[in-house]
Design a protein around this ligand. Structure first.
Ligand code: IVH
Length: 688
């Protein structure tokens, strides 16, 4: 069947776009579209070419690996550096497995599963044990000479030595992936951002900030000055051989990896040899879930057939081996349209800009909003309504706008201006306070702040009122049923039944949850009041020391500041809060309805963490976020939100924030896993 004219045109358009974006990605390290959008373009072209094979010719990007871009000297690979075919889901992985089984006429096979490192493929050549050349993949046939830069990477051996006394091959090409660590990327990004803040302050245009670790790694490798490369946290995992002369012969990939490890190359420890495709599927699912527990980025799993004779039998297609497949994870970055930039008002009046987006599925969930952090960030990224933007959602973190796709910017677009007025009905002025990066609404009557204060009061870390989430609070507010947190306890079942979606049972459940919260511990009530600077640890100390809310109200700032962990700033802030008339009215409403003011639970736990600050990042196995914090505070410790020189230890769970880890590493703060955390809770000591 010959391809109709419009199909030929579509294929041509796709080829042009793919070649352009391939060049931007591989050649200039400044991709304009996300990996997922690129894969989609290739997928469309492959589909057309499969249906109409006449569309395939040598110039088609599906027949090539990348594009050459020579600012560094060209290196012709003696053994071509091929790419891999992708499996985008379990079905495609199983289909690959079935094809391979058929190709081997059903003989038994083993799979080696490796993490797919999101870095840059590199071929490093050794002659008589000496590193003589390092080259990028380029278009698979010709790459770029980046020897001087690769030599600055500490983990890459410059001279080979077998740990078990094996002979060193006269020629050995080792292939693998160069990448930047996530902590290294965070450090680089922070440095670039502060440099840009200085540039903006001096009236200069900001420089490009690398959007993700892959771009940062690629940019670091392509520095003209190797001294700059040496300052970046680059690393390497070896996974393949190129040209080899004089090496022992291997029968499996596993043996190749053992050989590489013997010669001192870093081989990723997470590699696994498996017997069935079902186990492979489980390996992939497990890593997709835990990808953020690593200090480097992975974007999938590479599944390879272990037996080298079987590999030979299967051979290659025009672009990739039949004996391996790259199983890609659901993308964490995608493009979408930024419909509008709005600001949200927090309970303290802080105005946070956020992007309203055309919905996209990221990391398995639909995203229609993403934070833009603050005024300076919007200016730095220069994102504008109408822009096509790259949005990123890594695991459980809040979705973020990485930046605009400039080539798709509408012609008439204008930079976004931070609004001057609060979006609430009162339209009060938003002010940027001297020396603060935040912009705030300072109108105490602002209904947006009021709603957020009620949401905070009902939240898990405070009065923990089940069923009183954001949506219900907005509904109560709309119907003017509550004006402040003191009104919650006077709500009747009839009033709750007026809310959309509430019937008798749901209304009575919510009422019971509200009433049940009257007997929460004093420390939780204090947190719920939302007093500026007063966190859970200081609330706990105040509750223990005073035992009753009235005693705290009666205390002077001097008396309050004597308490360990309270200090002058918090003490003044507490006194100021209680001196406000509106706040005293709230306290009287609480008193009238019987909210307990003196429920102090004295911890039965050992007090092994008194005076110690233990910071948590990520989800610690066996604990919810609140449970982990309670475990620390109930033992007399503190659990602040950030790492400082005073931090006793950092506990790292799954999907940790990279910045806390980086800071702890910089300051030499001990880092513990879940097991270490349990030991610390039990003994108050760091594990050996
Ligand atoms: S094997 C002929 N193993 O992914 C097979 N590649 O999408 C050569 N990659 O070009 C590649 N981690 O840059 C292999 N464990 C791994 C990998 C890996 C990352 C990269 C590599 C490759 C690309 C294919």
């Amino acid at each position: 069947m010959s391809a109709p004219k419009d199909i030929r045109q579509t294929a041509l358009d796709l080829k042009t776009q793919i070649i352009k974006h391939n060049e931007l990605y591989h050649g200039q390290d400044s991709p304009e579209i996300s990996d997922a959008a690129f894969d989609e373009l290739v997928g469309k072209l492959v589909k057309l070419e499969t249906k109409y094979p006449e569309l395939i010719d040598e110039s088609s990007p599906t027949q090539k690996v990348g594009t050459g871009f020579t600012t560094f000297a060209p290196v012709t690979h003696r053994v071509a550096m091929t790419s891999l075919d992708n499996a985008m889901d379990e079905n495609e992985l199983r289909a690959w497995g079935e094809r391979a089984t058929r190709g081997l006429a059903g003989t038994a096979m083993h799979y080696v599963c490796e993490l797919k490192i999101d870095g840059l493929a590199m071929s490093i050549r050794y002659e008589n044990g000496q590193l003589v050349q390092a080259a990028t993949r380029g278009d698979g046939a010709v790459g770029e000479d980046v020897t001087a830069n690769v030599k600055t990477i500490g983990v890459i051996p410059k001279k080979l030595l077998s740990k078990i006394g094996k002979k060193i091959p006269s020629v050995l090409e080792v292939r693998g992936e160069v990448f930047i660590t996530i902590s290294g990327f965070e450090r680089l990004r922070a440095a670039k951002q502060s440099e840009n803040e200085r540039r903006i302050a001096n009236g200069k245009k900001p420089d490009a900030v690398p959007a993700n670790p892959r771009n940062a790694g690629a940019g670091s490798l392509r520095q003209k000055n190797p001294e700059v490369t040496a300052t970046r946290d680059l690393s390497f995992w070896a996974y393949q051989l190129g040209e080899v002369v004089g090496a022992p012969s291997f029968s499996s990939h596993t043996q190749t990896l053992e050989f590489l490890a013997d010669l001192g190359f870093p081989v990723n420890p997470e590699v696994k040899k498996l017997d069935t495709l079902q186990e492979v599927v489980e390996f992939c699912a497990n890593w997709e879930q835990h990808r953020h527990s690593l200090n480097y980025e992975i974007d999938g799993v590479v599944v390879k057939i272990d037996n080298l004779a079987q590999r030979e039998q299967l051979g290659f297609t025009s672009r990739a081996p039949r004996w391996a497949i790259a199983v890609k994870f659901a993308p964490e970055e995608r493009e979408t349209i930024l419909l509008k930039i709005s600001v949200s008002i927090g309970r303290t009046g802080r105005a946070t800009p956020f992007a309203e987006l055309e919905p996209v599925v990221l990391s398995g969930s639909t995203v229609s909003m993403a934070t833009l952090h603050n005024r300076d960030q919007v200016q730095l990224k220069d994102v504008r309504p109408g822009d096509t933007v790259i949005v990123r959602k890594a695991g459980d973190v809040i979705p973020e706008v990485v930046g605009p796709v400039l080539s798709l910017r509408p012609k008439n677009s204008k930079p976004w201006k931070f609004p001057k007025l609060c979006p609430c009905v009162l339209k009060s002025t938003l002010v940027q306070i001297e020396g603060e990066s935040d912009t705030r609404c300072v109108e105490p009557e602002c209904p947006f702040q009021r709603d957020q204060r009620i949401i905070h009061f009902a939240s898990r870390g405070a009065m923990d009122i089940e069923g009183l989430g954001e949506k219900t609070v907005f509904a109560l507010s709309d119907k003017k049923l509550v004006n402040d947190i003191g009104d919650l306890y006077s709500l009747s079942i009839e009033q709750l039944m007026q809310l959309d979606g509430f019937a008798e049972l749901s209304a009575s459940n919510l009422l019971a949850a509200i009433q049940g919260s009257k007997s929460r511990p004093l420390a939780k009530l204090l947190v719920g009041l939302g007093i500026k600077n007063l966190g859970p640890a200081a609330s706990e100390s105040l509750a223990r020391r005073y035992g009753n809310l009235d005693a705290i109200i009666a205390a002077t700032p001097d008396q309050l500041s004597e308490i360990d962990g309270v200090g002058g700033v918090i003490a003044t802030s507490i006194a100021k809060w209680f001196s406000d008339r509106a706040h005293r009215t709230i306290i009287e409403k609480f008193r009238r309805v019987g909210v307990e003011f003196g429920n102090v639970i004295i911890s039965t736990e050992n007090q092994s963490l008194v005076g110690k600050a233990v910071v948590i990042t990520g989800t610690v196995e066996g604990f919810s976020r609140d449970e982990a914090q309670d475990a620390i505070t109930s033992r007399g410790g503190k659990s602040p939100g950030s790492v400082s020189a005073k931090t006793f230890a950092l506990v790292v769970g799954s999907e940790p924030g990279a910045s806390k880890l980086t800071k702890a590493e910089q300051l030499g703060i001990p880092v513990l896993d879940a097991k270490g955390f349990r030991y610390l809770l039990k003994t108050g000591q760091l594990p050996n």
